[in-house]
Design a protein around this ligand. Structure first.
Ligand code: PHE
Length: 342
């Protein structure tokens, strides 16, 4: 019994003097004293040698020792976890690795902005196929075969069936709307279009358009002008000036191109506006009666206006992007600059 007492005393001293700082040493302490082959277990083994009349006292002693070791272990654990910064290779104070959030493509940002302006005026979105037939893209839009105006919009044809082509404008969607709906019609048609052009800074074999169509009784050219004027003010600010120039499109009569004052040089002349102070942003006009009749719409009762703009051009003026190819090269150094909502 005395021997047991002595041993416990020695271990207590050893424990009190031990210098432990890190988690590995704490674990070694646990294994040494509290492990299955540890000191506490082995001392417990002495109990069987203790005479019966001393068993109670010895049991108490051993139990106290066990509690003492356990308490010490808990306090060492707490100290070592506070010291972790010095000892562990993991720095828990470092910020986590950020989740990369992409940004919207500038074409989508600008398209969404255009669409939302016209939605506020009551225009609904209409979509249609990019692979079209000749009728919806050309014929119905008053561009019969052999018509020289087809040269303005040369496109790509599908080998297996030359009656199919890649649409050159989203006027083909207007055709599909007129085919399926009765006036009043008020739609905008955003989408990708294709033209057979050599790729350069100013031309590409595909680009994006938003076209619009409004058909009802008594729709006039004044409505067209006011609608488009509202659009440019919302898009570019109240100071922007507009002008209309007579133009020609087979599907509208009269037709006009709309220019806005050059935002880059403030109407003073620069290479974007070719030193005129004005940049063209869209084509427009009153829907040709023949187009209405193609879809069984009575042109004596109904009139309408239509317009079409290139999203890339609006984007160029909004963000000063001067090379069309940048939009489709997927260079993140270009794309990541467009994080804001327009
Ligand atoms: N569809 C014409 C184009 O691509 C644009 C336009 C639409 C012009 C509607 C007038 C009216 O290029």
């Amino acid at each position: 019994m005395n021997h047991l007492l002595q041993q416990i005393e020695n271990y207590k001293q050893e424990i009190n003097n031990c210098a432990i700082t890190n988690a590995d040493e704490v674990e070694a302490f646990r294994i040494k004293y509290l492990g299955t082959k540890g000191i506490v277990k082995s001392i417990m083994g002495f109990m069987k040698d203790v005479p019966n009349e001393q068993k109670k006292e010895a049991g108490q002693l051993l139990n106290e020792f066990k509690l003492f070791v356990e308490a010490k272990y808990e306090s060492l654990k707490a100290v070592s976890s506070n010291n972790q910064d010095n000892t562990s290779t993991i720095d828990i104070t470092l910020p986590g690795s950020p989740t990369l959030v992409g940004s919207r493509h500038p074409i989508n940002l600008v398209r969404n902005k255009i669409v939302s302006i016209f939605q506020r005026l009551g225009f609904a979105i209409a979509e249609g196929p990019e692979i079209e037939d000749d009728w919806h893209n050309f014929g119905a839009m008053n561009l019969p075969e052999d018509h020289p105006a087809r040269d303005m919009q040369d496109t790509f044809y599908i080998h297996q069936n030359p009656a199919w082509l890649l649409r050159t404008h989203t006027s083909s969607v207007q055709a599909r709307v007129m085919e399926n709906q009765k006036p009043p019609i008020r739609v905008i048609c955003p989408g990708r279009v294709y033209r057979n052009e050599t790729i350069s800074a100013r031309a590409h074999c595909f680009f994006h358009q938003v076209e619009g169509l409004y058909i009802d009784e008594k729709v006039s050219f004044a409505d067209l002008k006011q609608t488009l004027y509202f659009f440019v003010q919302e898009m570019f600010g109240k100071d922007v000036k507009v002008r209309f120039r007579p133009s020609y499109f087979p599907f509208t009569e009269p037709s006009a191109e709309m220019d806005i004052s050059c935002l880059i040089c403030n109407n003073n002349g620069c290479n974007v506006c070719k030193h005129t102070g004005w940049v063209e942003i869209l084509g427009s006009g009153m829907v040709h009666p023949k187009v209405l009749e193609n879809f069984g719409i009575d042109s004596n009762k109904y009139t309408g206006f239509a317009f079409g703009m290139g999203v890339e051009r609006i984007c160029q003026l909004k963000y000063r992007v001067n090379d069309l190819r940048l939009y489709s090269q997927n260079d993140v150094r270009f794309l990541k600059q467009f994080t804001s909502v327009v």
